[in-house]
Design a protein around this ligand. Structure first.
Ligand SMILES: *Cc1c(COP(=O)(O)O)cnc(C)c1O
Length: 440
């Protein structure tokens, strides 16, 4: 983010991307930046404590100096200290050294100094982003972050929506939740207001393309029966014995998808794993055959999930080809929701963008990555295929992305970006317009 371009209410920074020294961003494997870290932490703590002190200065302090000297008071402080030193001893004895270049056993790495400091500073204010009144400072930041994530992933900021989740698991739940509720929406319209879907068979209704189904939401709202229809969707009726169809995921999927299928009542039986190829990417031939087999049996496909950065292998599914397949099937009257699980690899899309968040042309990108020394040495990364996959990410209806992975943010910070925010009406229990009224 560039300070001079940012609007006033945006979190401003003065540094240009090119001026950033990576070594100054982390505490460092030897705590090289410890003085800076401690001083800044002290400053942030002082800020908070002054804030408390100056809030209605006329109010009395609750503890007098005399009281603070008493045995029980001192004893209580001492016990707190003991608990904290035990915690620290345990943390040091058994934690994994993510910060060390010796550690390669898990996808975690060091976390950004600014994120750690910001986390500790914000914690003292205990914001609750569930309601604006409880998070007047942090809710606007979450909206800004949601927009940034959606833009980085290629969605149009005007129509899209993004927010922070506790982790990628919850983001995946939300993706499948939307897919499931959307699948049941056209059938619910038929039940409540058949004139809006006149002449369509159940099979056609179960294969309505995402955008058409979202347009239908607007028509139903105009007809004044949205609440009645919504209560006839799966959120009101519950999932009935696989009627809505199956979910297709690559074998390499994260295990949160198995849980999502269970929690959302899809059922493991309707959760179909598609074989991967020798490079751990979903085999496109098998995917096509699997779709054909289900269509032949008149079983709808609720969603197809592609993974960008599989947890174990870091493999990138052929997102462009999945998107092409979806368009092809759509022409044949078969539609499914498309979710990309980019929990692990989503942040890498930033490498493909110029300063204006435009996806760079392949040749220019490669020159840029080497001239900026993002890559050094003699190799041909990224391949054209990976390039095409990253380019096609915005073809998805929604995307999972984890700041606590390649965003170098401490746990817990997952995220989801949604292409068309109209879908929120099918899952939200607070009116979506609460957030829209700010026109942010
Ligand atoms: C890590 C990961 C998730 C979600 O994991 P959380 O620990 O819940 O954030 C989902 N999908 C993929 C591919 C992942 O790598």
């Amino acid at each position: 983010m560039k300070g001079k371009k940012g609007k006033q209410n945006k979190t401003a920074t003065s540094a240009n991307a090119k001026d950033v020294e990576v070594k100054a961003l982390f505490l460092g494997p030897k705590s090289e930046n410890r003085d800076y870290f401690k001083n800044t932490l002290n400053f942030l703590m002082d800020e908070h404590m002054h804030w408390r002190r100056d809030f209605h200065p006329e109010d009395a302090e609750i503890a007098s100096v005399q009281e603070m000297r008493r045995g029980n008071y001192q004893e209580t402080l001492h016990r707190t200290y003991e608990v904290l030193s035990q915690l620290s001893a345990k943390l040091k004895a058994t934690s994994m050294p993510w910060f060390s270049a010796r550690y390669l056993g898990h996808m975690n790495s060091d976390t950004l100094m600014v994120a750690n400091l910001a986390y500790m500073a914000a914690m003292l204010y205990n914001p609750n982003n569930v309601a604006y009144e409880a998070s007047t400072a942090t809710t606007p930041m979450e909206i800004e972050v949601g927009k940034d994530l959606a833009t980085m992933l290629g969605f149009d900021p005007k129509d899209s929506w993004g927010h922070i989740t506790t982790d990628g698991t919850i983001a995946n739940y939300e993706g499948l939740w939307m897919a499931r509720n959307l699948k049941s929406f056209p059938l619910a319209v038929k039940k409540v207001k058949p004139s809006l879907v006149k002449g369509m068979t159940d099979w056609q209704l179960l294969n309505m393309p995402t955008q058409k189904a979202l347009d239908l939401i607007e028509k139903v709202k105009k007809a004044g029966c949205f609440d009645a229809v919504r209560s006839e969707t799966v959120r009101g009726t519950g999932v009935g014995e696989g009627k809505l169809g199956v979910v297709l995921v690559p074998q390499s999927k994260h295990y949160s998808w198995v849980k999502a299928a269970d929690v959302l009542g899809i059922g493991n039986r309707n959760f179909v794993e598609v074989q991967v190829d020798g490079r751990f990417r979903m085999d496109m031939g098998v995917l096509k055959r699997t779709i054909d087999d289900h269509v032949a049996k008149k079983i709808p496909i609720i969603a197809v999930v592609g993974v960008v950065g599989t947890t174990e292998e870091g493999a990138i599914d052929r997102i462009a080809e999945i998107a092409r397949l979806r368009d092809e099937y759509q022409k044949k009257g078969v539609s499914f929701y498309f979710h990309v699980d980019a929990a692990y690899g989503g942040y890498s899309r930033a490498l493909f963008l110029d300063e204006k968040s435009r996806f760079m042309e392949y040749g220019a990108l490669k020159r840029r990555l080497f001239s900026d020394k993002v890559f050094v040495g003699n190799h041909s990364y990224p391949s054209k295929e990976i390039y095409e996959s990253y380019k096609a990410i915005p073809a998805a209806d929604s995307i999972t992305i984890d700041p606590h992975k390649m965003g170098y943010i401490p746990y817990a910070a997952g995220g989801i970006a949604i292409k068309d925010r109209r879908i929120l009406d099918l899952i939200s229990y607070f009116a979506a317009y609460v957030f829209e009224s700010g026109k942010s």
